[in-house]
Design a binder for this molecule. Structure first.
Ligand code: CMC
Length: 392
């Protein structure tokens, strides 16, 4: 193994060629298919961005309509999936429920099990299906935890509005379109991020030719961790803890800098962004306007702003290029929308779905794709002889 180069956490390993997302960490640039994230966040809607990521071009109006129709045709789940979700304890973490339900879809759509036999039309159907059904899975489980009957999907709404309506709406309880637009923007910001942990997981699993549902379910599991998508929940819990301890965020900055303390400032730092996370900038502004629109004064926002301001002045954070990332302010917005903290990472999963599926499609189409099989640098015992158990 002398010729194997060690690269912990794959910080310097190009695992594939990709034409989907461009990221420049020094300059804080993020493009989907060449389009700057700032323009997409301002002007586009989530399903249009999903189409762009997946097919490579912005859709015409009729292409977008057709795509929406296809997604809308998956506005319910097989009865067996509802039954499976019904078996989960109400206090189950929603990410585990969503991952399990997505994996279980393979049992109900056996035609997708063997990915080598899928036509292009089948693959297109898979993206529409997973985009359509993930929001049903999340909303159905959430309504159950609230002891409320499910609200059916309404395909006339934009994706985020339909989702919020299924979560909180229904008869006599319309969703504020501006609030839904804010959630739609968040979904756009989460839609893809090149070879991050969950997307790499999707590519690794997919490279073995596991089925699409197992593959995406693995991506959901990778996203759950608090260093990745789970950071959005962890940030809110951290802010709450600071508030409950009298709001002394200086103490938490010290903890984060203390190398003997495992505590990290959640929502800070990024493997690739070393000057700022362009998504965090957009989210911070969205956070201000959503709270203003809803007339909410959230003391957690003051704590978050204070933490950010202090950290950005602190040599520890400056030297290590640690800035707020996409997860730092998103939780405050979700909370303002009435979404409980343990649901936050499912919002991220819903947003990342088009990215996972686009990367999966690209991986399948590339002739360069081989099964992912990293090597190691062996540091264990050298060869030795077996010792009988009575002689140890
Ligand atoms: N708080 C305190 N110190 C930190 C933090 C932080 N949040 N992040 C990194 N550091 C320090 C780290 O201790 C190390 O210091 P030293 O050089 O003295 O040993 C240095 O900065 C480099 O850190 P690293 O762990 O080598 O960096 P990485 O690229 O492996 O990890 C990260 C990136 C995002 C996992 C990490 O910054 C982190 O744990 N952040 C907190 C969790 C978080 O917010 N995750 C969301 C990431 S963005 C969206 C997403 O992927 O979902």
């Amino acid at each position: 193994s002398a010729c194997i180069t060690l690269d912990n956490g794959f910080g310097n390993t190009g695992s594939c060629e990709s034409a989907i997302t461009f990221l420049n960490g020094e300059k804080g640039i993020l493009h989907y298919r060449g389009y700057p994230i700032e323009q997409l966040a301002e002007k586009s809607v989530f399903q249009e961005v999903a189409y762009l990521l997946y097919y490579g071009e912005l859709p015409s109006q009729s292409e977008l309509n057709l795509f929406k129709q296809k997604v809308a045709s998956y506005s319910s789940l097989p009865q067996g999936i509802y039954n499976i979700i019904d078996q989960f304890p109400l206090e189950a973490h929603p990410m585990g429920v969503v991952s399990a339900a997505v994996s279980a879809l393979s049992a109900f759509y056996p035609e997708f099990i063997n990915p080598t036999s899928l036509s292009q039309a089948d693959i297109d159907r898979a993206i529409a299906q997973l985009m359509g059904q993930i929001k049903i899975i999340i909303a159905y489980f959430f309504r159950r935890t609230q002891s409320q009957a499910p609200v059916p999907s309404d395909p006339s709404l934009i994706y985020a509005a339909d989702f919020l309506n299924m979560l909180q709406g229904g008869e006599g309880n319309p969703i504020d379109p501006e609030v839904a637009d804010a959630l739609d923007t968040l979904l756009i910001l989460h839609a893809d991020h090149e070879q991050n942990c969950s997307t790499s997981t999707v590519r690794v699993i997919g490279s073995s030719k596991a089925n699409i549902f197992a593959t995406v379910s693995g991506g959901i599991d990778a996203l759950w961790g608090q260093l990745h998508g789970g950071a959005n929940q962890a940030v809110l819990e951290m802010l709450n803890e600071i508030q409950n301890n009298g709001g002394d965020y200086q103490k938490y900055l010290h903890k984060a800098k203390d190398k003997n303390d495992p505590f990290r400032l959640m929502g800070f730092g990024h493997r690739v962004y070393k000057n700022f996370d362009p998504r965090a900038k957009i989210i911070k502004n969205a956070c201000d306007s959503v709270l203003q629109k809803l007339g909410i004064h959230d003391p957690l926002l003051d704590i978050a702003r204070g933490l950010e301001e202090q950290a950005l002045k602190d040599p520890y954070f400056i030297e290590r290029h640690l800035y707020p990332n996409v997860d730092f302010y998103s939780g405050i917005i979700y909370q303002a929308l009435g979404i409980p903290a343990n649901m936050f990472t499912t919002m991220f999963a819903m947003g990342r779905m088009p990215g996972w599926l686009s990367q999966w499609k690209e991986m399948r189409a590339s002739e360069a794709t081989r099964i992912a099989r990293p090597r190691q640098v062996y540091i264990g015992a050298t060869a030795r002889d077996y010792v009988a158990i009575n002689q140890r």
